[in-house]
Write a protein that binds this ligand. Structure first.
Ligand code: GP9
Ligand code: MN
Length: 634
């Protein structure tokens, strides 16, 4: 006691002033250290010095507020903040261990969906995680020490200046980081496709702030009660949409397995196309000839990309207006294909050899009622091509799993290797037995895509042939389709020049947004080409008829039992639509005659169709925003 008193008296005024802030300084250092440790723990693959800036920025903001308090209040502020952050980090680490992803508010909300029956919170936690609480050992004595020398001499004015300076500095650093993310991946902050990467870019604390903001803003936006009349209108509209049961193909799949394969970036124009005398997709071409092939089938994805393709195909609901439905609506009730086939006694499984948390699949697949999700951790990562586990290994391992599934089953497989920017040409070449010579297109985006999709085609061919050999094609219906474009709009001229297109219009662009879709029936039955204009919204209604499922909550139409003429109504998220004869392009408010390729004037009838397309999108939005399937099912 005496010693410390003497020691304190010997401190110069300046040192004493600095030591007055000792608690805040120690708090700052510890927090940054903890956040860096956490970052390293969850994503060593992304871990480099660039993670430090966003961490410092967010800590500076939190830390700036401590200048507003003094004495006991400051100690309380620092302790509470430290505790909250420690608990967040512990939950994050524990969640990561099980889900290989960052925890979100909606994941917490649907917590009961997340932890498998077998694992409890205790299983997921490890003693090591509580290290994040150990800093208390340093913090508490520091607080006591600072309190003992703190004479509360610092004036409020000065503290206010300090607060503002630190806050503004932190906010500016943060803004710079957010700007960087927005330029690099404009939809990442709203759609949250890759949360681990986002966390690296903006830091853990910012991630949780953005997530909480997204969650609350959706909640606030949707808090207004939907009038009963509106609910009834939507309910009636949907009932009407599927009121006439299909006659053709009815129940052809009943009792049979359903194998659905969503192929990464498989675009329509590569089908039956050759380069330097060699087919780009010889295997798909072969299977198309054995199947019912839909050659006017569009992808309809929005910001949710791959996840939107899944969402539409499995639910026949439109993608979210912004962001990804797989993230925003993961807590909703769905009447999905796995749910309805599950009710019929099917075993249902989703298979994808990539990070389980990507596109929030780990959460969403539970809501869609898949019995099981086999993600990255269910596969041996023995061969990497492109973004991750190679399609070859993924499909081989998936087949081995499928052979153990109780029949009848629904297997939903999502491939990966042919992912943009297709630059793992070394990988494609190494693992392709029948190499493709892309000639002058070598090392261009288009050439790389040809190599990538050629590789994937080969793996799909091997997989389908094996299904055949195993006799599985005899008692299964196979549906295969592309998820979305491969060649983005900004590179579309490469594609146009390859195709020899001279004066492309917006209609031309849309005509190139078709993706292959085929349904293979046992014994190659019903093979042929179906030219119906249709899209991803229409898969489920088609399957519903094939499997005798009655689902009143689908916006799409059964392609094999179209009501009027030769098209379903294909509506895109941006309001563009086609009825197979005309094409409306929303961003220029222009109608095209598909047969002539010429622009046409709006007629009252066309205007009505345009309104109808918008209404349908609004209905779908209301249905998702107010979780109406849950209400309707009651
Ligand atoms: C990864 C994959 C890619 O799991 O499905 O999604 P994308 O980037 O194509 O939307
Ligand atoms: Mn994709």
């Amino acid at each position: 006691m005496r010693f410390s008193a003497i020691y304190k008296n010997t401190l110069s005024e300046k040192t004493r002033k600095i030591l007055n802030y000792g608690d805040i300084i120690v708090f700052f250092i510890i927090l940054v250290f903890k956040l860096i440790t956490y970052g390293k723990e969850i994503s060593p693959e992304y871990f480099d010095s660039s993670v430090i800036t966003p961490i410092i920025a967010s800590v500076l903001i939190i830390f700036s507020f401590s200048f507003l308090f003094k004495g006991k209040k400051r100690t309380a502020y620092l302790l509470i903040i430290d505790l909250i952050i420690s608990l967040i980090l512990i939950s994050d680490i524990a969640y990561f261990r099980y889900n290989k992803d960052i925890i979100t508010v909606s994941a917490v909300q649907t917590a009961k969906l997340l932890v498998g029956v077998k694992s409890s919170v205790a299983d997921v936690l490890s003693i090591k995680d509580f290290m994040f609480l150990l800093d208390i050992i340093i913090l508490v004595p520091t607080f006591i020490y600072v309190k003992s020398i703190n004479k509360n001499t610092i004036k409020l004015k000065f503290r206010l200046v300090l607060f503002l300076a630190v806050f503004i500095f932190g906010a500016a650093l943060d803004a710079q980081q957010f700007h960087k993310v927005n330029v690099e991946q404009p939809t990442l902050l709203t759609a949250m496709s890759n949360r681990i990467y986002l966390t690296k870019m903006i830091g853990n604390l910012n991630f949780h702030v953005v997530d909480a903001y997204n969650f609350t803003s959706t909640k606030v936006k949707n808090s207004k009660k939907l009038p009963e009349a509106r609910k009834n209108a939507i309910n009636n509209y949907l009932k009407n949409n599927n009121s006439i049961p299909g006659v053709k193909f009815k129940s052809e799949g009943s009792g049979k397995n359903l194998i659905m394969i969503q192929v990464e970036a498989l675009q329509g124009f590569v089908v039956n196309k050759s380069i330097n005398g060699k087919e780009i997709t010889p295997n798909l071409n072969k299977w198309i000839n054995k199947s019912l092939y839909f050659d006017n089938y569009f992808y309809q994805v929005a910001q949710g990309n791959t996840s939107d393709a899944e969402f539409m195909s499995l639910n026949s609901l439109y993608p979210a207006q912004s962001g990804a439905a797989y993230y925003t609506y993961a807590g909703n009730t769905f009447n999905s294909i796995p749910k309805d086939l599950g009710d019929k006694g099917y075993y249902t499984a989703a298979l994808h050899g990539y990070n389980e948390g990507f596109w929030n699949r780990n959460v969403m697949y539970k809501s869609e009622k898949f019995d099981d999700f086999y993600g990255q951790t269910s596969y041996k990562n023995d061969e990497v091509v492109g973004m991750g586990l190679s399609d070859e290994s993924f499909l081989n391992q998936s087949l081995a799993k499928m052979k153990t599934f109780k029949q009848p089953y629904f297997s939903f497989l999502i491939t990966l290797s042919s992912h943009y920017p297709f630059n793992d040409t070394a990988g494609y070449e190494k693992y392709t037995m029948n190499k493709l010579d892309v000639g002058e297109y070598k090392d261009t985006l288009l050439g790389n895509y040809f190599e990538g999709i050629h590789y994937t085609d080969e793996q799909l061919g091997k997989f389908l042939d094996k299904l055949d050999k195993e006799g599985l094609t005899k008692n299964s219906i196979i549906v295969l389709y592309g998820d979305h474009f491969a060649i983005p709009k900004e590179n579309i001229n490469q594609l146009y020049s390859f195709e020899g297109i001279k004066d492309p219009t917006d209609l031309t662009w849309y005509e190139y947004q078709k993706v292959p879709m085929f349904i293979h029936f046992p014994d190659d039955e019903h093979k042929g080409v179906n030219h119906t204009y249709s899209g991803q919204m229409d898969i489920y209604p088609t399957i519903a008829n094939l499997y005798n499922i009655s689902n009143n909550y689908m916006f799409g139409e059964d392609i094999l039992n179209v009501k009027d003429g030769d098209s379903t109504n294909v509506t895109f998220r941006n309001g563009s639509f086609t009825d197979g004869k005309i094409f409306y392009v929303s961003w220029t408010n222009t109608y095209y005659d598909i047969a002539t390729g010429k622009k046409i004037k709006e007629t009252p009838e066309l205007n009505k169709k345009k309104e109808a397309a918008t209404t349908e999108l609004e209905y779908s939005d209301d249905l998702l925003n107010h979780n109406l399937i849950k209400t309707f099912l009651k």
